[in-house]
Structures are given as C-alpha cells and as structure tokens.
Design a binder for this molecule. Sequence first.
Ligand SMILES: *Cc1c(COP(=O)(O)O)cnc(C)c1O
Length: 389
Amino acid sequence: MSKNHFETDAVRTQLDRTEFLEHSVPLYLTSSFVFEDAEDMRASFSEEKQRNIYSRFTNPNTSEFVEKICKMEGAEAGYAFATGMAAVFSTFAALLDSGDHIVSARSVFGSTHTLFTKYLPKWNIETSYFKVDEVEGIENLIQPNTKILFAESPTNPAVDVLDLEQLGTIAKKHNLILVVDNCFATPYLQKPIGFGADIVIHSATKLIDGQGRVLGGVAVGREDLVREIYLFSRNTGPAMSPFNAWVLSKSLETLAVRVEKHCENAAKLADYLESHERVNFVKYPFLKSHPQYEVARKQMKLGGNIVAFEVKGGVESGRKFLNNIKLCSLSANLGDTRTIVTHPASTTHSKLSEEDRLQVGISDGLVRVSVGLEHIDDVINDISQALSS
Ligand SMILES: *Cc1c(COP(=O)(O)O)cnc(C)c1O
C-alpha cells in the first residue's frame, strides 16, 4: 500500500526519467523492444527478467497507467485493455472454464448483459441474476459450479446501489471470485477491494479519461487472478494502445479534482430536480430519498456524477424532453466534461419488453444525466427549460 495520499500518487507515480530529464512522461510509441544479446532475449522470454518485450504484453505507458490504478484501488496487480468491454470479456474468459456458473446483479452494462446471455453460453457458462434489492436471495442462486459473483455499483442507468460489504461476505463464505465493475464510482469515490472484491474492472473511457477522447479498460486485483488475465490477454491481444495509456495516465492526475466537481454539480442538479413539479422521482445515491442511501454513505465518498429522474408522462414525454434540450449533449457516452442526457426506454433499452425494463429500474419516463463540468446553473437552466416547454 502506498503511504501517499490519493492525489499525490495520481500526480507523482511516473516512469523513470530518460537521459533527457523530461518533466512530463513521454509517449513510448513502439511495438517492440530490443535485446542486448541472445542470453538477454532468452531470460526475458522465460520471465526470469521483468522487462518489456512487445507492446501486446506490456509497454512503459500502459505499465504506468496500471500502476496508478493499482495504487488508487489498493490492488496487487493489473492489466490495461483497449476498452472496458475487453477488460470485462477477458476477465471472464481467463477465469472461467466450460461448465462454470456466474451469479450477477440483473442491472449490468448492456454489453456485459449480452456477453452473459449470448456469448458465454457458447462455452457452456450460464448466469443467474439477482435484483439489486434482493441481495439476500443471492445465496439461493449459488450452485456447486458457481465461480464468479459479479456486480456494478452504482448501476447503469437506474443508479441503484449494491452493498459491496454484503457481496464481499457472501463471496468469501462460498469461495467465489467477487468481480466489481467500478466504472461509475471511480477509485476516488469507492474502493471495492476494501469490501472483499478480488478483481475490479473499469471502463477508462468514462470518468477516468473524463474528456470523451479515448477508449480504455483495466482490470486490477489479486495477483494470482491477474496473472491468469494477463496470460490470456498477452496471447489473445486486447491490449490498450500506448497512446491511449499516455492520455489516460495524464487524465488520472486530475481525477480527484474533476470527480469532486462532477459530484458537486450532480448533487445540485439532483436537489433541483427533486422539487420539480414535472418530475416523479429522482435517483441519486446521496439524496436521502435514495432507497440505498445508507449503503451509499457507507461505501462512497460522494454520490457520483450520474443522476436519474422520471419525467411525468411516460415514453413520449421522455422523448420530448430530449428534443427540447439545447446545451447538453444527446450522446451514448458518460463521464465527460460535457453534460449528457439519455432516455434509456426509447434508445439503449428499447429492445427489452416493458416488464424486463422495469426489472432493471427503467421506467418509460426515466432520463439519465451524466453531469459534466459546465457551470451547473447553465445545465440546470437547460434541463429546466426542456422540462417546461
Ligand atoms: C461503458 C461501460 C463499460 C464498457 O466500457 P467501454 O470502454 O465502452 O468498452 C462497462 N461497464 C460500465 C459500467 C460502463 O459504463
């Protein structure tokens, strides 16, 4: 464990300087590295030496990025991926065998859900689901072949909160690998390993980049498990590019200040919406009205940057709200400097039946706001005019 504070590690964790004594870390845009002689090459390939061989395995920029995330999450080791989904898929592919079983929260990121329902069954890996408010029921879902317990918190897009401590206890009792997608919280707000998670995954595309520029993913955690993930990945090729790692490592330097401000803005928007006459309800982890408010206070430093609310009047009023938006963006990303609004029922989740949507907390009028770093008064003015026109 690092003895520095979070912000200090974020800024000061960096590669050794080159002969040029640069202050800011350079970009190592190289696919491979050279060896001194045959013996150096042999020792490197047999892993007697820890060194860079080929950028599909490791690269200085990706190593720096991974080291920072490990310090932030309190993890032993990690590996960086081209995207968040590459991190999710490679983690499952590396840790599971044919015939294994997953227990997962029902509300998970859309592509993760598709992985569980469409692709993992090809290798005879099945998944059972629990509702976010039925964590007590998890133990009934565990089978002799269950290997992984999976969850995201807060969830997308309904902003539900799962009790990580409870999940950690269940995983330990049944000897399961607890995998947590910590994308919505970032390590600045929430550290799942402290509650018993074995692997923590991020889509670095979101708040870690925070500026909507590059895709990236990372998985960190227990050394023995990361070793399996690394070996799978070094042979199958989902590695993060050095350029993206360079961008993302610099993004991490400002993660704390950015996320503080995102959360401050989101809390103000949530407060404003809670008393709005055209809004049925607001979901934000640090609002007292949130069903898991106490859990959120226990495991999160602040409430995050995602606010969900229900516009009165169903699907059509949700679509109308989107059409009236002027400043905010209609976009599929989140965790950007620019505030983004989406209407899941008519877009990302439109293929689900109404019943299935309600199971994951997506009512017809639900709007998700990824609150950005504009002045919050301008964001509130935009949302306010869109609600009342
Ligand atoms: C975006 C996202 C992912 C996937 O990340 P990509 O970088 O888009 O592949 C996974 N999990 C969550 C919670 C996300 O929000």
